[in-house]
Design a protein around this ligand. Structure first.
Ligand code: GLY
Length: 584
């Protein structure tokens, strides 16, 4: 990018997101460079919470836990103690990579037909019984996840880790643009909850940007968690408050469901592609699989369509990317479910001949119908489509010992199921299950039998915390995203932009993104970062039906650059959500 083009692009972003800019230099501050440690979250106060813990002697696990908790306070629309997530952790001392799954689980009373003939709890957006109120909530995994990552990898006591988040909840946080916008959209639902109702001043239709949001009840819950660990949440007074609130809002969660919750350690998904080892989320995420399949297909294409050279991405590359995602998304719809409950044939799905068949179906100048990339494992399998959603938050931390934490955390849709318990916004993760095979949900989408709800099951996710290693096995990049099914396509583009197309972190995040998920057969392009018209024309000429959307997910990333003078950490928080990194 020329200096002038870059300056203009920066100005555009600043105007579009209303910051984050450093007023004295008019330079954006969504990228920061550090030499000791770095935290990239999508809320500035959350990045600073992680930084505080690193300065207090904590490591990447401690800081990631503190950042997660602070995110839940600063942006209860996206994540929090009432939700769940995934951690991918690189421990420098023994060069191991560990994946912890603390995703929400369906309560024991869940059944495959639990949403049949259940009326919407209230009118308004995202209001089906799998999206709103008690039946929408899985058993939260976040408290157990935070405790597991700190006990397993951290150095500081939990009571110290919770402190920045407890302080923010007690003293209040300034409402961000993202929280304000979401509160306007879901105000009617939020006002039906006795606690969230008090967040609105008078008859306000939304939480205004800059309003101080104090959450004293959440502060008390965080304090109890700091003192008593996850037992203080899954048993006793707080557990009773969760069950009471869930049941009052029509759910069937029990004290036993909470007591039974467990974090699961899984082998990360990984593959060697384009000279790097890509390590990412295994099932129940389908995101990692989608990315690894796409990369395998791209690597099998002739050189001209592969992601190589100097950016930005060209029409042939964007075309190849869109085509490479169609087949893996069809697999996701048909085959993915909780690996502890359904048999997932990943080896067959990733078989080289299947990837070769998809690469062979690729046409360099024609957008093929998704079905042309469909290679079912068995003949005559039915077509199905997966769902989309928009909550969630991703953070990356790198510490001075070289440990790397990538965490994606969520309450699913904005403000989850839109009710609270003990100050915590409760998730609506049950909507990531298929509500029934072949029946469209509120988004007009349907899902597959392996992902039907059932007792103790975890729903399929797209969340894909990712760490990339170089040829010598050293981490060079941490990345992850929020944004429903677009999570994985956004991560892949931001990583490729940096490692394969020679962009720095700033340009890699700022560059326009695309998304294709097979069904619907539409190429999503961004309003936030529009592609040049000439390039859109070239994609249209290939037959891609364009559909503009606000943005393709929100990515946080840290690039680890080794120099003769030591390590340079370049951390970026996506300008699409207004976060800022922190570090030293
Ligand atoms: N609820 C977002 C995801 O798990 O993909």
């Amino acid at each position: 990018m020329t200096r002038l083009a870059r300056a203009l692009a920066l100005l555009c972003f600043a105007l579009l997101v209303g910051g984050p800019t450093n007023e004295s230099t008019a330079e954006p501050s969504f990228v920061g460079e550090y030499t000791h440690h770095a935290v990239a979250a999508d809320q500035a106060v959350a990045s600073r919470a992680g930084h505080e813990i690193l300065e207090a002697g904590g490591n990447a696990a401690d800081a990631a836990a503190a950042t997660m908790l602070a995110l839940g306070v600063a942006n209860p629309a996206s994540s929090g103690m009432g939700g769940g997530g995934f951690l991918l952790y690189y421990r420098a001392s023994d060069q191991t990579l560990t994946f912890l799954d603390f995703r929400e689980r369906a309560p024991a009373a869940s059944t495959a037909d639990m949403y049949d003939d259940v009326a919407e709890p209230l009118p308004g957006p995202a209001n089906s019984a799998s999206q709103l109120h008690g039946l929408a909530s899985g058993v939260p995994g976040e408290p157990a996840g935070v405790e597991a990552m700190v006990r397993r990898f951290g150095k500081l006591p939990l009571s110290r880790i919770v402190e920045p988040a407890r302080r923010l909840a007690s003293e209040g946080v300034s409402v961000s643009e993202a929280v304000s916008r979401m509160s306007g959209y879901f105000a009617a639902h939020m006002k039906a909850d006795p606690l969230m109702r008090t967040w609105f001043e008078g008859d306000a239709a939304s939480l205004p940007v800059g309003q101080r949001l104090r959450q004293p009840e959440l502060a008390r819950t965080l304090q109890a968690f700091g003192r008593g660990g996850s037992r203080a949440i899954y048993t006793g007074r707080i557990a009773r408050a969760i069950v009471r609130a869930n049941n009052r809002f029509g759910g069937k969660m029990t004290l036993q469901d909470l007591a039974d919750y467990e974090v699961v350690e899984r082998a990360p998904a990984s593959a060697e592609r384009f000279g790097y080892r890509w390590v990412t989320a295994p099932p129940p995420s389908a995101g990692g699989f989608t990315m690894l399949q796409s990369l395998a297909i791209l690597e099998g294409l002739p050189e001209r369509w592969r992601p190589m050279g100097e950016g930005p991405a060209t029409a042939p590359l964007l075309h190849a990317l869109a085509e490479s995602w169609k087949g893996p998304f069809l697999d996701r719809e048909r085959y993915f479910g909780d690996p502890d409950h359904v048999e997932l044939q990943l080896d067959r799905l990733m078989a080289p001949e299947r990837i070769r068949a998809r690469a062979d179906a690729f046409h360099p100048t024609l957008a093929m119908p998704p079905e042309d990339y469909d290679f079912p494992l068995e003949p005559n399998e039915p077509d199905i489509v997966q769902s989309d959603n928009a909550g969630t938050s991703h953070l990356c931390v790198v510490d001075s010992e070289g440990n790397v934490a990538a965490v994606t955390t969520t309450v699913n849709l904005p403000f989850g199921a839109r009710y609270t318990a003990a100050g915590m916004v409760m998730n609506d993760e049950m909507d990531d299950f298929a509500r029934s095979v072949g029946e469209a949900n509120a988004f007009g989408l349907v899902g597959g039998a392996p992902n039907l709800p059932g007792p103790g099951k975890r729903p399929v996710s797209t969340m894909s915390p990712t760490i990339i290693l170089d040829g010598e096995g050293r981490p060079v990049l941490c990345a992850g995203a929020a944004g429903g099914s677009r999570i994985v396509t956004a991560i892949q583009q931001v990583v490729m932009n940096q490692l394969l197309l020679g962009m720095d972190v700033h340009d890699a995040l700022a560059a326009p993104r695309i998304h294709h998920q097979g069904h619907p057969n539409a190429l999503r392009v961004e309003e936030f970062a529009p592609l040049p018209e000439a390039l859109l024309d070239r994609l249209a000429a290939r037959g891609h039906e364009r559909e503009p959307i606000r943005n393709v997910a929100n990515v946080q990333t840290i690039r680890i650059v080794r120099t003769d003078d030591g390590v340079r950490l370049v951390a970026g928080s996506d300008p699409r959500k207004g976060g800022r990194p922190a570090g030293r």
